[in-house]
Design a binder for this molecule. Sequence first.
Ligand code: NAI
Length: 248
Amino acid sequence: MGLLNGKVALVTGAARGIGKAIALKLASEGAAIAFTDLVIDENGKATEKEIAALGVKAKGYASNAASFDDTEKVVNAIAEEFGRIDILVNNAGITKDGALKRMTEDQWDAVIAVNLKSVFNFTKAVQPIMWKQASGSVINMSSVVGVSGNANQCNYSASKAGIIGFTKSAAKEMGLRGIRHNAIAPGFIITEMTGVLPEDVKKEWESKIPLKRGGTPDEVAKATLFLASDLSSYVSGQVIHVCGGMNT
Ligand code: NAI
């Protein structure tokens, strides 16, 4: 008996990385999985198969999370195909790092659109469905740098801090219908996003982490499962740090 039997979860940006680990974790507890990514290519199809191999319904949808219109369309298509949406994980995100003095308007706009506007797009599109169901759990992927800031990431940190404000407000607004909103603030997690960092930068990060190592996508997925399931039935408007003790 899985923790999420009979539930439908929608995970954005889940063809790879943390989103994929989350989709697999929720599926392993019995949730049917709809996931999005910019394209569903061979890699996305392979992810779809891996999820379905856990014995649940799984379907990947190509959709740009930064686009309001794309999002409305994809949420409608998912609701039609899956019949309901119980869990929304706003995970899609990008970095376009650089010192503020060299940061372009495009770098700023792209990161705010993909990381922050996407949360508005999906939460707004899913809200009427959860409202009708009088239940739901929304989990937004923030970051420790949204709380503490980080040099060369003014755009990224602002987007992740914005997600926290959004989460707390939505939790206050929709609590009366039993809809919970929480954020996760991962620290340094080893994925393709962080894989591009030079070795010395990675080593420096790790030396500052009390647990002395980067986290795994599965460790973020475990916190997501807690927030997605009834294990967290009285937890809303919170930010859970999954950072090896880096941010306290
Ligand atoms: P990743 O780059 O490995 O995966 C992100 C996924 O989102 C990719 O599949 C990508 O194609 C997709 N995506 C990008 N733009 C999209 C768009 N406009 N529409 C739909 N999908 C889109 O990144 P990772 O590391 O798995 O990160 C996942 C989330 O966790 C992001 O929100 C990131 O900011 C956050 N995070 C990651 C940390 C890390 O150390 N890796 C630390 C803190 C937060």
